[in-house]
Design a protein around this ligand. Structure first.
Ligand code: SAH
Ligand code: SF4
Length: 445
């Protein structure tokens, strides 16, 4: 008698862009694994390839077009291969113009439709097992490879419509998860050994709970739901570190700033500024000026003097003269940023900036300004990191190779030290003995 064994099917996911996309890819992994599929690192071995796209800059979209062309070759070898594109591209592509530039894509859907994957995939390949899912994709529990560190999405979309930004077009308006579902997920993560939770949202500090009755009576914060949420998460046993991204300067009120001193809050905040010039900020519709940002940084440092601060900056936005750019340079120095994600302005169709302003700074000039900021950042990072030499930092270990452990300190500084495999997934104390711009070295205590 011949025994028929079922063929094992494999998936390959490519994630572009932000941490929210990474978190969404983890949800899709969870869905595919519930359908008995296994992950493969090699696209040529996959039955299903999913590209989770990013639209923030044009270069990110170009990479998806390029890959879709490569996968056409794979489809010739494996006609059953299913290629999917999800994330921000289908989200913003209301008229289908982007889809036309893709090749051989079988499924093209915005992130929230990932719950349809089992149905669609099993229709395309009847050997795949469909499963039932709830309608809300946020109820899909992400499959995290690293149990000690996890993302927790608390908010989707954005209502701010900064004039350069495609996110509200791609991900829709702001939606906040219920407080109960966030606290349940956080407790669940803690019970599975999670030590560090990173809360995700486009304006994470604008979180509003639809079910405030779940806040404890003893919660010390009264006005700001995000500060209240941070306090609640601080009470969960097992969770050691709380991190969040990205807050908006406008909502850094006294309660949120005070919450930076809660015991489990990491010693780092990422606070995007985008530009140091008030006129450009207005044109970007950031709803605050240079002085407000500087004042906010002052208030943060008054509460927590040694906090590390990161930011996002766009150079070469429409109408950014050299003088205006210099305002960004001086703000950078004044804020003494530990890290900055610098971007060259990239015009995105559908945004107010694309419709109403001229993208008038040349590519070369954008590049030059970008290098000015990169060089400044490296100088400041090097200088700031020397302060850690001789000091003790706590490190959540996430890599191990050749007797060397690596991980992030509470300041989100990368730290390497001699260690053992058993240190992986634990928090250890390390005394720093050497520092470069992007790495600290030390010995475990
Ligand atoms: N919600 C976050 C940012 C989300 S987009 C906030 O408000 O700060 C992530 C970063 O991409 C932005 O902070 C910005 O620096 C960059 N970015 C967004 N649109 C861009 C564009 N059109 N060109 C270049 N960079 C852009
Ligand atoms: Fe984009 Fe502005 Fe919303 Fe951030 S706040 S996601 S930059 S529109």
């Amino acid at each position: 008698m011949k025994i028929m064994t079922k063929k094992q099917h494999f998936y390959h996911i490519i994630t572009f862009g932000c941490q929210m996309n990474k978190n969404d890819s983890e949800r899709m992994e969870s869905i595919l694994q519930s359908m008995d599929l296994k992950s493969t690192e090699m696209p040529e071995n996959a039955d299903i390839i999913i590209m989770n796209s990013c639209s923030v800059r044009e270069t990110a979209e170009r990479r998806v077009y390029g890959k879709s062309r490569n996968f056409l070759e794979l489809k010739k070898k494996n006609p059953n291969l299913i290629v999917c594109v999800t994330g921000c591209m289908p989200g913003r592509d209301k008229k289908g113009g982007l889809k036309k530039r893709l090749h051989g894509v079988d499924l093209y859907f915005p992130t929230r439709d990932m719950v349809m994957l089992p149905k669609w995939l099993s229709e395309l390949n009847p050997n795949l097992r469909p499963i039932d899912l709830e309608k809300d994709y946020l109820t899909v529990v992400p499959r995290t490879k690293n149990k000690a560190q996890t993302f927790l999405t608390i908010q989707t979309g954005c209502n701010h419509f900064c004039t350069y930004c495609v996110v509200p077009h791609a991900r829709g308006t702001e939606g906040n998860r219920s407080l109960k579902s966030i606290l349940d997920e956080a407790r669940d993560l803690a019970s599975q050994g999670c030590l560090e939770i990173t809360l995700l949202g486009q304006i994470v500090n604008h979180y509003i709970a639809s079910d405030p009755e779940f806040f404890s009576k003893t919660n010390p914060y009264k006005k700001n739901d995000f500060a209240k949420l941070l306090w609640e998460l601080n009470q969960i046993e097992g969770v050691e570190r709380i991190h969040w991204t990205a807050p908006h300067p406008m909502y850094m009120d006294d309660e949120v700033i005070d919450a930076l001193t809660l015991p489990k809050q990491i010693n780092f905040i990422h606070l995007p500024v985008q530009s140091g010039n008030s006129e450009i900020l207005e044109k970007m519709n950031r709803r605050h000026d240079r002085e407000f940002y500087l004042e906010t940084i002052k208030k943060i440092r008054a509460k927590k003097p040694d906090i590390a601060i990161g930011t996002d900056i766009i150079v070469g936005f429409c109408g950014e003269t050299e003088e205006k750019f210099q305002d960004t340079v001086t703000l950078f120095k004044e804020c003494d940023f530990d890290i900055s994600y610098n971007a060259k302005y990239s015009e995105r169709s559908g945004t107010v900036a694309a419709k109403a302003f001229t993208d008038d700074i040349s590519k070369e000039e954008k590049k030059r300004r970008w290098f000015v900021l990169q060089d400044l950042m490296v100088d400041i990072a090097y200088k700031k990191n020397q302060v850690y030499v001789g000091k003790q930092v706590s490190v959540l270990v996430d890599t191990y190779k050749n007797n060397t452990c690596g991980g992030n300190s509470s300041e989100m500084k990368r730290v390497n030290f001699p260690g053992k495999k058993e240190n992986l997934g634990t928090i250890v104390s390390v005394k720093i003995n050497r520092a470069a711009e992007w790495i600290l070295w030390g010995d475990m205590l």
